[in-house]
Every structure is written in C-alpha cells, then in structure tokens.
Design a protein around this ligand. Sequence first.
Ligand code: ADP
Ligand code: MG
Length: 676
Amino acid sequence: MNLQDSVGILAGIGPKKIAALATLGISTIQDLLLNFPFRYEDFASKSVYDLVDGEKAVLVGQVVTEPVVNYFGHKRNKLTFKIKQEDAVISVSFFNQPYLKDKVAANYETMIFGKWDDTRKALTGLKILGAKFQAGDFQGVYHTNKHVKQSELEKWVRQALDLGYSELFQEILPIDLLKRYRLMSYSQAVSALHLPNSEAEYHQAGRRMKYQELLLFQLQLQSIRYQDRQVDSGLTINYSNEAVAQLIAILPFSLTVAQNRVLEEILADLKSPFHMNRLLQGDVGSGKTVIAAIAMYASHTAGFQSALMVPTEILAIQHFESLKALFGNKIQIARLTSGMKAKEKQQILAKIADGQIQMVIGTHAIIQEAVSFSNLGLVITDEQHRFGVNQRKIFREKGQNPDVLMMTATPIPRTLAITVYGEMDVSIIDELPAGRKPIQTRWVKHQALPKVLSWLEVELNHGHQAYFISPLIEESEQLDLKNATELFEELSQFYTGKARVALLHGKMKNDEKEAIMQAFKAHQIDILVSTTVIEVGVNVPNATVMVIMDADRFGLAQLHQLRGRIGRGEAKSYAVLVANPKTKQGKERLTIMTEVSNGFVLAQKDLEMRGAGEVFGLKQSGLPEFLVADIVNDNNILETARQDAEKIWQIKNWQARTEFQGLFKSLNESKQSIFD
Ligand code: ADP
Ligand code: MG
C-alpha cells in the first residue's frame, strides 16, 4: 500500500472513473485524500421545534402517509408525504425526484436532510438518508463537477480511509511544535477532515492542516531570504559617495527624513555583497521617484546598468522625461515600450546589450522581450501592485542576479504583506514632503456639475490645471473611450474661449500620448480629460483639481490613486467626486473618501468592504493556492507560522537535524511550486 497508488485500486473505479477523477486533479490515493471538503453539513438529527426558518437539517421521524408523486406538465413533479416527530406532523416534499418514492414507506422510520420552512411548517427535502444512515454527524461537502458526484467522492474517500491509507501520511512537523500548539497528527487530521465526529474535531483537524500549509509556505519564503543573505548571492555595487551626495545637493528640494532613511537602507543594500530584495512603500505623492533615480544613479557611478519598470506607457514617458531632465546628457537613457517601431527597438536593444545605454525605462517590454543587458546591476519596479507576484521570479533570472527594488503606494496590511511579499525587506516612507496642504474632497450629485464647472473657471484663472476622469466601464475599452470622448466634447464646448481642453486615453498612439502629456506638463493645456490611464504615477504638480465622473464606480484604492494625482505641489488641491450612487456601498465609499485621506486607513477599509482577493488581485497574483488555509481569515496562524519559520531558519544547519527531516523533505518537494 502506497499513497501514490492509483485511485483505480478502489472498488467501483474503472478507466471511466479514473478519467473523471482526473478532471478534478485526482489520480492517486494521496490526491483523493488531500482533496478536503470545503464545508460541512450538520447531519446530527434535530428536533423540529429547534429549527429556524431556512435552516438545513436532518429530521428523523415516522412516515405517516403513503408517498404520492404529482406531475405538472412536462418533467416537473413533486413527491409528498408526511412524517411525525414527537407530536408534530411535518409535510415533506421533494421536487423532480420521483424515484425517491421507493425509498419511503408508511409506518417506517426515515431520516431526511432538508431545508426548513417555518411559516409552512414544512421541509423541502434535499436528500433521503434512510433509517440506516450512520455517518458521523458532520458530512463534508466536496467540490464536484459534471463528471464526479458528491456521493461518489464520499464513497471512495470512505473506502480509502477504511483501507487504512490515512495512516500512511507520515508526520512532518517536529514533535516540539505538535506539543506546543496541541496539534493532532497528520494522519489523524486527514481522516478527521473527511469524516469528523464533531464540529470541534474538524476545526482541530483544519487548524493543524492550515498551520502545516502556512509553515511550509513561510519556510519557502525564508529560504529565498536566506539565499539572499549568502555572501556571494548578489552584486557589490560600489557606488561613489561623493557623486551621490552631489546629485542630492542639486535637487530642487531637500529630502524628507523618511526619504533619507529609506535611501540609506537601499544604498547599504547596493553596497553589500548580498542580493537586495526590497519593497519600498510610500503613499501617493510621498516622493518615491526621486529615491529610484538616486539609486539608479548610484549604480551608474559603480559602472552598472539599471532598469525601471512601470505599468503604463504614460508613466514610462513621464519617468523617462524626468530622468533626462535630472541627468541631462551625462547618462545615456532609453525608453523601451511594446508600442515601439521594430527598427528603433532593435537599435536600443543593441545598445543595451553592449552597454552604451546605462538606464532603461519601460513597461513589461523590459522583461517580456529578449532584452539582454551587458551589466545589469539594479532593477526597480514602480507601482509594483500592478504587476503579478510571479514577475519577481523573472527578475531573479535576469542579468547577473541584479539587486531588486519594488515600489508601491498600496499600503499592505501586515498579514498580507508577510504572505505576498514575505521574502522581502521593507522600507517605508511615512511622511509627505513639507508644505503639502491636505486635499479637500467633495462629493456632489450630477445636478451640481454646472456649478462645479463655473467654480473650476475661477481655479483655472488662478493659473492652475485640472483633470477630469471619465466614467469607468468595466472591461469595455470601447465604452470607456466613448465616455471620455463625450465628456471631452461637452467640456470643450462649455469652456470655449476660456480654457484649453485635451483628451487622453489608452487607445492613442505612444507619440500622441507623449505629446499630450508634455503639453499638459508645460501648461499648454488647462483641462485634461482622461480615462483611468493616468491612474498611477502621473505627476504634474500644477494640477490642483481632480474631477471624477461617476465616482461610485471606482474602488477606494483606485479613487485614492486618482486623487493622488493632485496635491503634489504647494497650492491647495480639490478632488470632486461626481456621482449619484444607487447602492449603499457606493454611497459609503464616497463618504469615506470625503473623510479619510490616509492611504493606509483607506486600504484597511477597502479590505473590509471588498475582501483581499479583490483588493490585491490575489487571484491573479500567482500566489500558491492553499488547500485549507485562507490568508485573510487565518491571519493568526499565518503570523505564528511566519515566526516559527524565521526561528527554524535561524537554527544552524537545521536541514540536517533529525527532528526537521519531515519538514525539510516536504519543503524540497514543494519548492518548485512557489512563484511558478
Ligand atoms: P510618488 O511617491 O507618488 O511616486 P513622486 O515621486 O511622483 O511621488 O513625487 C511627488 C512630487 O513630490 C514630485 O513632484 C516630486 O518632485 C516631489 N517631491 C519628492 N520629494 C520631495 C521633497 N523631499 N520635497 C518636496 N517635493 C518633493
Ligand atoms: Mg510614483
């Protein structure tokens, strides 16, 4: 007997069922037994007097009428009979399962699982368990598909457990940990998750499996961290202190305390022989770009190339322009985007390969295309939350294992940070440059738009500029464009002779986008009408007004990012949210926006309102799918597993110690799965 035995050894599983199970990813007994129920039904029989309306429960009673099937037209029918429990007579009906009639007979006792309707004092039957039903009181419910039925999975799992297969799951957790957290054994947990005897038992079994799963995951992250700290893991970027100091001295502002602190952390990483793997968090407008620029400059002074990767073409254009403005002709800087002409791209690629180009700014093109660097020392991603987690792995494999800095404005609650970015060091800019005035945020109804437009005229007359964001139509670039175009036409008409209005959207060619952005920056445009293409990163400090149309369609994080486009200079800025929300959540979001300006608080609210999967795009993030753990709800276990994993890695040569053999082996087996 072996856990790798094919499910075919179970009675009732032939080639057809083997193929069917394969559609659920199950081919061995181990797969079958690690395919845990995703919820449980309480099959303890209940007294009818204890049931509440809508509750699903098991009732045992004596059948007191002959079962009758009534047909209504084609295919629809209803089986009805009555059962007596204590002194109550309950009517039971099953829809479209006429064959169940043979399973009940007057005067016999039966056991029925169904849904209770308290007003009609009736049970809508879901399942006849029969008098002989004797599973544990809790029945697991499995994910099924059209090839495999719930009842089949129940049957086969039970068979495998009866044959003793669960005993073959050898303990992998050290005895110390089992004792400390009073965890049940691996084999016991596997069995109890399928056939628990009580609610408490499946909770305990779940707790053990979650801990195991999260501990292994954290050990993997720690192993990456550990590798990063090996002396020969990275590059030693011996930058010139004086050159860096000179650059900082010519900046038009002095760095904030927080900027100085994170810069020191980053520079120390560059100089060390270790591999840098650092996340830089800082709210919108906190000044991350200049930190990136200084770090890139530092690696340049040590003779290394650097790359800055951004999620949008517009941001690529902007960063390219600001780096050029900062470094002039001293450094060869290139832009690399997917929209580029083939010939131009060829030339740039050649110059990157032979080292003539020292800094590259680009979108995904930087990692997607066959870009080879002659001497890549540092890779930075801006707006990291827009990139999938798996991209981090690609960087590791690029160049000579360059140092990596990832920047994000999305504040991540700790429990998520240690999961999503668990293998990284974190630097935080927790301060805005001096002199920033808080942005005033107003929510107005559509009817008030004419007033907003007149008020805006005054603001424009003071020499400021404004953004108008057109409504977001999910997954329809066509409609987004239509909306933006209409808004543009309306505003052009309203402001004829008073203000210069321009339109920007994602469908434009790169050089068109570039021309518009330049003109807006140079204040040749007063009002920029745009789709959400400007959501992240765009920096025009003279723009002080952000009007967001149908603002209730945007999530909190998105609204915060959009609002982050203003309040970047010293003049007072205003965000105007125009919306007539129909839903309660829509209203709530808008109210929160008018009250909260701190990105961290907003992120927390967003998380509460939408859940982590939505907020952080975890589904697309490339994180491993956990069998039992849930990284949001199981944050206590996650935190514990994190600490334990760190401690284990601190034990010298732990991989060689007997008590850790099980863990080490499992770690090696699962190593491939992370970030694939
Ligand atoms: P973000 O962190 O959102 O990427 P940016 O790097 O775009 O922010 O910076 C926002 C604005 O603040 C830019 O105009 C930038 O020049 C300016 N800035 C950055 N650091 C400072 C500072 N220490 N003092 C004053 N202004 C600063
Ligand atoms: Mg930025």
